[in-house]
Design a protein around this ligand. Structure first.
Ligand SMILES: NC(=O)c1ccc[n+]([C@@H]2O[C@H](COP(=O)([O-])OP(=O)(O)OC[C@H]3O[C@@H](n4cnc5c(N)ncnc54)[C@H](O)[C@@H]3O)[C@@H](O)[C@H]2O)c1
Length: 356
């Protein structure tokens, strides 16, 4: 699949490297408003062309697919132009900066019969794929909670806040891993901007999941320490993913707390029936490979096989729906807002329609 990359800033070079390395993709163009950046990355001895004009890419009939790695606010305009020129499109996270724009992209891609893929990079890591398998097979038992921390001294972004910058990772992982019936039904968020950046720099996000489980995501640009840890707590096993620990990224604990069978009184249960399972911890052997290699391959395979990719436009839209609801929750003083208009959902999570 002959590709082009738009945007050669911080993230674009990773896409460029993987499209060059992938055996099923051929990189033909890199487009950036500052072409010197693209030239620096590609070096002198390259067959890849560089331009600052999108039309050079769109007018080239050999280019079948375009990857967009520009700031979030530019995604919709660039992706629409590519789709309208008949190209398949891979868009960096977040797919768009509003639900309306994300819906438009999904709709235009479907009508044009083109692949629209969201770069939900972490879904292509061995750790997340293993967790998704464990959840799907039921080996974690019933999912009770998810706790995710993604904090470091981050680049304060001019166009988006910390939720739109970092939480797409956690939300796309949840979207990929959570089983049917466990989807987010409401979201509550709190945030702070202690440095006066004009956008939230510290954010806490609570998702109520169908079936009664809960997920919490902490994103922060102001933390001196970098943490990338997510816990998936199940009734049988608990998976702890520490993405910064290459020798043991994933640990599966056969540990937990059981609380009787519910037939005794509450006090009696507490005294007699609380039991701690202290079983083994297993660190599965995971194949170390760059997630973007999987992204590049999946993009090309989906195009050749005329199918939706694993992380398609709909997945990007579901993530954007939650991010937009985060804004509504913050406007409502941190109240939980439903992600569905179904009144049964509001009742389930105890939120009133006024918070919608
Ligand atoms: N998947 C991941 O893990 C991951 C990680 C980091 C960033 N990202 C995403 O990648 C995207 C880019 O982020 P970044 O940190 O690389 O930004 P950046 O600002 O470092 O780079 C953006 C580049 O796009 C170029 N550009 C802007 N508008 C353009 C246009 N209309 N045409 C051509 N070039 C244009 C700029 O000149 C710049 O070189 C964002 O959506 C971000 O969320 C994804």
């Amino acid at each position: 699949v002959t590709t082009a990359v738009i945007g050669a800033g911080y993230w674009g070079p990773n896409l460029i490297r993987n499209f060059l390395a992938c055996s099923t993709t051929d990189l033909r163009w890199v487009c950036d408003l500052e072409p010197a950046r693209a030239r620096r990355i590609l070096g002198d001895r390259t067959a890849v062309s560089v331009t600052d004009a999108l039309d050079d890419v769109l007018d080239d009939a050999q280019v079948e697919a375009v990857a967009i790695a520009t700031p979030a606010a530019t995604h919709v305009e660039l992706a629409l132009a590519c789709l309208e020129a008949g190209k398949h499109v891979l868009v960096e996270k977040p797919l768009a900066t509003s639900v309306a724009d994300a819906e438009k992209l999904v709709d235009v891609a479907a009508r044009a019969g083109r692949v629209l893929m969201s770069d939900h990079t972490y879904c292509y890591t061995a750790a997340v794929q293993r967790i998704a398998q464990s959840v799907a097979r039921g080996s974690l038992g019933e999912l009770q909670y998810v706790d995710s921390v993604r904090i470091n001294l981050g680049l304060v972004q001019p166009d988006i806040d910390v939720f739109w910058d970092l939480a797409p990772h956690d939300l796309s992982i949840l979207d990929f891993v959570l089983p049917g019936g466990c989807e987010p039904v409401a979201v509550a968020a709190q945030c702070a901007d202690p440095i006066g950046a004009g956008v939230a720099c510290v954010g806490y996000l609570t998702l109520h999941l169908g079936g009664g489980a809960i997920a919490h995501i902490h994103v922060n640009w102001l933390s001196p320490t970098k943490i990338r840890t997510t816990i998936f707590g199940g009734s049988r096993q608990i998976a702890v993913w520490d993405d910064l620990n290459p020798t043991q990224r994933l640990s599966i604990y056969d540990k937990g707390v059981d609380l009787g069978d519910g037939t005794a009184s509450r006090d009696a249960q507490r005294e007699a029936l609380v039991s701690y399972r202290i079983g083994d911890m297993v660190a599965p052997a995971l194949r170390e490979r760059e997630a973007l290699e999987g992204v590049a391959r999946e993009f090309a395979d989906a195009i050749r096989e005329h199918r939706a990719p694993l992380t398609d436009g709909e997945a990007g839209l579901r993530v954007v729906r939650i991010l937009e609801a985060v804004g509504r929750s913050i406007d409502a003083g941190g109240a939980a807002v439903p992600l569905s208009t179904d009144p049964a959902v509001s009742e389930l999570v105890g939120v009133g329609s006024e918070a919608r």
